[in-house]
Design a protein around this ligand. Structure first.
Ligand code: GLA
Length: 801
């Protein structure tokens, strides 16, 4: 069937007719360019009330797992574990940037062999729901979008910007070539494919969604397509003839009602139901509320609704692929997600509770297989890494440039980048950049003198007096690129101008440090095993002190097995074992170990390389039998004052707006009577709808003069009177990270301070504000913290440092 006919088929139907037609198509298996049609033994369709597999009612019990986040050698074990939990389907994103590292260069092997992952799923009796993108989110580097598109200075992601559209079309065409033959219509396990991902959270252009859908159709996808969104934004950019599914963390009855309001018929599906949540560096480890999770699952099972557990198995974001929550909350490399199947593929208590529950709702002919074995685990005693390769002794040729530019401008996507210039002798003076993306280690003549930190409101430090001209080095370590919102256009490196004492610094040398295999293979290690006395190693270590350096060593194993590398002696950086990059680490936690899969280790000698930028306290590593995912060590943070002490100036300030929020979980847009402006925005809660002392906010967006949401880029929390971070992650940043499933919540575990509560945002620069969008804490009526009466302040002097 030609592309135009397939498009006509796909867009012809209005909502009511949609289901009928899909069933027909399903039943008759539409022929297309992939020659395997004859192989189609099964049909899948979206019926008026149910999904239909071979014409029979099919309740999708799905779980999300990402092939790239599991060692390929373990895909079968993980999929068997998923089947044994009671899933009949797995859902998987494709990450565009993993498959197209360079424009037009595609990778589908190793960790990127998603076709093989689908084949194994089929062999293990699981159907597959594919989420090819082009945008994924998923706490993955830039939401899966390739960095090289950032070379267009003004590209508009997830819009009909032709540069974006053309690039995504060629990518999806390639996806169709590789995964099209694995659709159920061609004998494979793929039953549905998702168009984009939660587009309603960022845009309202149905034309863009139509372009993405057509790109999938043109790529040969003839299984039913669908779009997913949190119900609160589903209508944005909605295509009424594209099947809709809902993402939510609770209150299935309420959320399905909202879905039904927009989609009167068709099966009900929750396409992301969260058993836990992801972790970000410096915030408490997230644990889900298991009784509530099981209760909501049972509700969906008993009400014929389908669902996908996000994540059923989180795994690990290996390499430098971990993303960053907006405005700047870097994600940990561990993606355990408190999922039923743990990071190392172990069945947790939640796994067994879920299995037990599913056993009550099996479809005719379905049987739960035995729970498969887990992979062997090994531990080893601490070993000291004795070889070092200081970064400054391993620099590539310099790239001269008049002013420093972001990393992408030098055609570098990942890794670190060093900016060097010569500065004159002189008195102590402030060194300031327009921005630092993300951590800048500052050296004068090779001696570390300070840090530029994106978590800080300003990229500014005081440089000490220099008796003579000096070499200024700023070694920039990016975290992952923001994976959500307009802030995704997250160019890394030093953002110019860079000024010393107000003077723009010119004449720089740029050193690209991509941390790729080629760079690691070229490192010159100073090896001194054997005869070098411990003291000498000690001297070298102290000599290296807080110098950025690669450390290398070996550990021996009697037999290979999974282990968790204890990184508590180290500072911040990345690590490799036997050439596999296991991810990022940071001693502030909550994660303190790195999962090292046994399939990447061997009996005998194993090599470990660690890049530590601030320098280790103790350069040793041990293998533990269990992970450490929940140990915060804020004292080790180089950003001493996460909440710098400030004095409030509210008493002298007139509120720009006072009001009362409506009860419930719906998003509320508040328009000010008169436009306001300022660098600071304060929400002050006076009391709560439930009369309790708590305040909470899931999401805050500020609206510009035209009523559009203002980018959160450069936003920081200037002040918050109270936030829970002992027993849960109630950090104030949760109110501006774009995720409605998490929230700022005032303290409740170690104290319960009463209203008024104040949250003050620093927007980085003065902004015109015509109103704001408030998303209350999500969930049923029982949740605490929903604010009733409140005041809003805006201005440039709400706080005093
Ligand atoms: C959203 C996205 C997912 C993931 C979750 C949070 O709903 O669709 O990709 O980011 O949030 O883990």
């Amino acid at each position: 069937m030609t592309t135009s006919l397939r498009r006509a088929a796909a867009t012809f139907y209005s909502a009511a007719q949609f289901w009928l037609a899909a069933a027909v198509c399903g039943a008759f298996a539409i022929p297309n360019s992939h020659a395997a049609d004859a192989a189609a033994q099964h049909t899948f369709a979206i019926g008026t009330n149910d999904f239909l597999l071979d014409g029979q009612r099919f309740q999708i019990r799905c779980g999300e797992m990402h092939a790239a986040r599991m060692p390929a050698e373990y895909w079968r074990q993980r999929l068997r574990m998923a089947k044994a939990m009671g899933l009949n389907t797995v859902c998987a994103y494709l990450f565009w940037n993993l498959h197209e590292p360079k424009p037009g260069e595609f990778v589908w092997t190793g960790q990127a062999d998603d076709a093989e992952f689908c084949r194994i799923a089929q062999e293990e009796g699981l159907w597959v729901i594919l989420r090819p993108g082009p945008y994924a989110c998923a706490e993955w580097e830039m939401g899966g979008t390739p960095w090289w598109l950032l070379k267009y200075d003004d590209i508009k992601f997830r819009t009909r910007d032709p540069r974006y559209i053309n690039a995504m079309k060629s990518y999806l065409k390639e996806v169709g070539r590789v995964l099209g033959p694995l659709q159920i219509t061609h004998g494979g396990p793929i039953i549905m494919a998702q168009v984009e991902n939660e587009y309603g959270s960022i845009g309202k252009d149905a034309g863009y969604m139509d372009d993405v859908r057509n790109a999938l159709l043109d790529a040969g996808f003839d299984v039913p397509l669908f779009a997913c969104n949190p119900p609160s934004v589903m209508k944005n950019g909605m295509l009424t003839n594209l099947f809709q599914t809902a993402n939510f963390s609770g209150d299935p009855a309420g959320n399905f009602q909202k879905l039904r309001a927009l989609q009167p018929s068709g099966p009900l599906m929750c396409s992301e139901f969260y058993p836990g949540w992801f972790d970000t560096w410096g915030q408490p480890h997230h644990l889900g509320n298991t009784p509530k999770y099981l209760g909501d699952l049972e509700y969906m099972l008993s009400h014929d609704a389908s669902f996908s557990i996000y994540m059923a198995h989180g795994g690990t974001t290996f390499g430098l692929w971990s993303g960053c929550d907006r405005p700047f909350k870097p994600d940990t490399s561990s993606y355990d997600y408190d999922a039923p199947i743990s990071e190392a593929g172990w069945p947790t208590p939640k796994f067994f509770q879920t299995r037990e529950l599913f056993a009550k709702y099996l479809l005719p002919g379905e049987k739960l297989p035995e729970v498969p074995a887990t992979n062997p685990v090994v531990a080893f005693a601490p070993v000291t890494l004795t070889e070092t390769a200081p970064v400054f002794d391993n620099l590539p040729a310099a790239v001269p440039d008049e002013i420093p530019r972001n990393m992408e401008a030098y055609d570098q996507g990942y890794g670190c980048i060093l900016y060097r210039t010569q500065i004159p002798a002189g008195a102590a003076a402030s060194l300031e950049a327009a921005a630092i993306h993300d951590f800048g280690y500052v050296f004068l003549d090779g001696k570390r003198v300070g840090m530029l930190d994106r978590r800080d409101a300003s990229a500014k430090i005081l440089l000490p007096e220099r008796k003579a001209a000096a070499q200024l080095d700023i070694l920039v370590e990016p975290a992952g690129r923001v994976n959500f919102g307009v802030e995704m256009a997250d160019r890394k490196g030093l953002i110019a101008p860079v000024k010393l004492g107000g003077e723009i610094l010119k004449g720089w040398e740029i050193f690209n440090l991509p941390l790729d295999d080629k760079m690691l293979a070229g490192l010159k290690f100073r090896s001194s095993r054997g005869n070098e006395a411990q003291t000498e190693i000690g001297n070298r270590q102290s000599a290296i002190g807080n110098q950025p350096a690669f450390w290398r060593g070996t550990f021996n194993l009697e037999k290979a097995g999974d282990t968790f590398l204890d990184l508590r002696g180290w500072g911040k950086g990345d690590l490799w074992v036997n050439g596999h990059c296991l991810g990022r680490y940071w001693n502030i936690g909550p994660t303190q170990t790195a999962y090292a899969p046994g399939c990447w280790l061997r009996a005998g000698e194993n090599e470990i390389v660690i890049l530590d930028l601030p320098g280790p306290q103790q350069p040793e590593i041990a293998g533990l039998a269990k992970p450490i995912l929940d140990q915060l060590r804020p004292k080790l943070d180089f950003l001493k004052a996460r909440r710098p002490a400030v004095k409030l100036n509210l008493a002298a300030t007139k509120p720009v707006h006072t009001g009362s929020f409506a009860p419930g979980a719906d998003t509320q847009d508040i328009k000010f009577a008169a436009p306001a402006s300022g660098q600071f925005f304060c929400l002050e809660s006076l009391n709560a709808l439930d009369g309790k002392p708590y305040a909470a906010v899931a999401e805050l967006d500020l609206l510009d003069a035209d009523g559009n949401a203002i980018s959160h880029n450069g936003w920081t929390i200037a002040y918050v009177d109270s936030e829970e971070n002992m027993s849960a992650d109630g950090a104030a940043e949760n109110a501006i990270d774009g995720q409605t499933a998490n929230f700022w919540h005032t303290q409740w575990s170690d104290a319960s301070p009463d209203h008024p509560h104040r949250l003050i945002l620093n927007l980085g620069k003065s902004q015109a504000i015509s109103g704001f969008r408030y998303v209350p804490r999500q969930g049923g009526a029982e949740v605490t913290g929903r604010i009733k009466d409140y005041r809003i302040y805006a201005g440039d002097a709400l706080i005093q440092k």
